[in-house]
Ligand binder design. Structure first.
Ligand code: NDP
Ligand code: DXP
Ligand code: MN
Length: 380
């Protein structure tokens, strides 16, 4: 029986992880759950899974729920609380499904504790990929991709000779505004931006899909997960989100992974790898799906993807800044403080102000992240 902790248990990935887990109760024991502020959902989950430790965002929330938890469940809070759920609940597998670079320290703590990692929280790899991958390798800890494109690539590479990989091709839906021109983006609303055509996800990643920042984060995530240079990681537009990504090999063969858009498939694969088990997802019927479309990526239409490649190639603290500036800008957009197109100008301006540290230690990453957020919050 696998002992699991879920960081971000109340979110889109967290709840789908618990759905997968609950369908196979013989296979899993949930030992730790970490939420932010959604304490009512956390209490429901704790009543079902009876974890050893739960975590919430603040001391006040912890005090509020202490007496409402099942007997024996410990409650902790804040960043230390996340670290305790990651490393102190006795988990041998930690699903990292927090949103943002906030997930970095708890992911590192889970690695340090020797737990296998199911990684949804792509911002962790973007902000500190060299540190996360090295610590996981030193500990002999596997990092199993949950992100649908990376799960697809991971599946396509299964049993293949890595030396024969020519390039990765990551698919992008185009997001909520895929059918609009740049001119039509000037006055788009938060409500419109939150309507992803294919996936139901948390607010931040849905905005990232619309700006194409999500694909930029995914290119950097793929660079770290699959150890390939940026000129061998391409992105194509694929509005149907049925081909989740592809790998092209030296002999020109292309292997792709397909399926209806349902995150429970990659979540489950990350949990059961190398086994496959039945899934609640609806089977793909390609005859019903009809035509699948692929278009060249337009870097003029989606400048954030160009910025991501540039930051990734520069390396060091540049991806940290790209990510943190984006997180702060998206938060401002969601609060109605800035227009949609200001997200990209903020990222570009903060990156332009930054002097890159080439091989940053963790402390430098955390300082740079905080600096970029302050800058992005202050820009008019
Ligand atoms: N959703 C999807 O389909 C996909 C998501 N991903 C990635 O997975 C990650 C999670 O995304 P998603 O599930 O959509 O995000 P959600 O916004 O739905 O969930 C985020 C989770 O993080 C928790 N959280 C937020 N802030 C804090 C905090 N300060 N302290 C503790 N917990 C906190 C939230 O808790 P609470 O709600 O209780 O406040 C919630 O459990 C992201 O990195 C995203 O890019 C990748 C591929 C697909
Ligand atoms: C489900 C998933 O993995 C998301 O990251 C998804 O890929 C978003 O889709 P687009 O960024 O392609 O719109
Ligand atoms: Mn993805």
């Amino acid at each position: 029986m696998r002992k699991i902790a879920v960081l971000g248990c109340t979110g889109s990935i967290g709840t789908q992880t618990l759905d997968v887990v609950s369908r196979d109760p013989e296979a899993y024991e949930v030992v730790g759950l970490a939420a932010g502020t959604n304490v009512e959902l956390l209490l429901d989950q704790a009543a079902v899974f009876r974890p050893r430790i739960v975590s919430v965002a603040t001391l006040e929330l912890a005090e509020d729920i202490r007496s409402r938890l099942p007997g024996g469940t410990k409650v902790v809070f804040g960043e230390e609380g996340l670290i305790e759920v990651a490393a102190g609940a006795g988990a041998d597998y930690v699903v990292c499904a927090l949103v943002g670079s906030l997930g970095l320290t708890s992911t590192l703590a889970a690695i340090e504790a020797g737990a296998a990692i199911g990684l949804a929280n792509k911002e962790t790899l973007v902000t500190a990929g060299h540190i996360v991958m090295k610590r996981a390798a030193d500990k002999g800890v596997p990092i199993l991709p949950v992100d649908s494109e990376h799960s697809a690539i991971f599946q396509c590479l299964n049993g293949e000779n890595r030396g024969a990989v020519k390039r990765l091709v990551i698919t992008a839906s185009g997001g909520s505004f895929r059918d609009r021109t740049r001119e039509e983006l000037t006055n788009v609303t938060v409500e419109d931006a939150l309507k992803h055509p294919n996936w139901s996800m948390g607010a931040k990643i849905t905005i990232d899909s619309a700006t194409m920042v999500n694909k930029g984060l995914e290119v950097i995530e793929a660079h770290w997960l699959f150890d390939l240079p940026y000129d061998r990681i391409d992105v194509v537009l694929h509005p149907e989100s049925i081909v989740h990504s592809m790998v092209e090999f030296a002999d020109t063969s292309v292997i792709a992974q397909l399926g209806n858009p349902d995150m429970r498939v990659p979540i489950q694969y990350a949990l059961t790898y190398p086994e496959r088990k039945p899934s609640p997802a609806s089977p793909l019927d390609l005859v019903k799906a009809g035509a699948l479309h692929f278009r060249e990526m337009d870097f003029e239409r989606y400048p954030c993807l160009r910025l991501a490649y540039e930051a990734g190639r520069v390396g060091g603290t540049a991806p940290t800044v790209f990510n943190a500036a984006n997180e702060a800008a998206v938060a401002r957009f969601l609060r109605g403080e800035i227009p949609f197109l200001a997200i990209e100008t903020i990222i570009e301006r903060v990156l332009a102000k930054h002097t890159v540290t080439p091989l940053p230690e963790l402390a430098a990453i955390l300082d740079t992240d905080a600096w970029a957020r302050r800058e992005a919050a202050a820009l008019k």
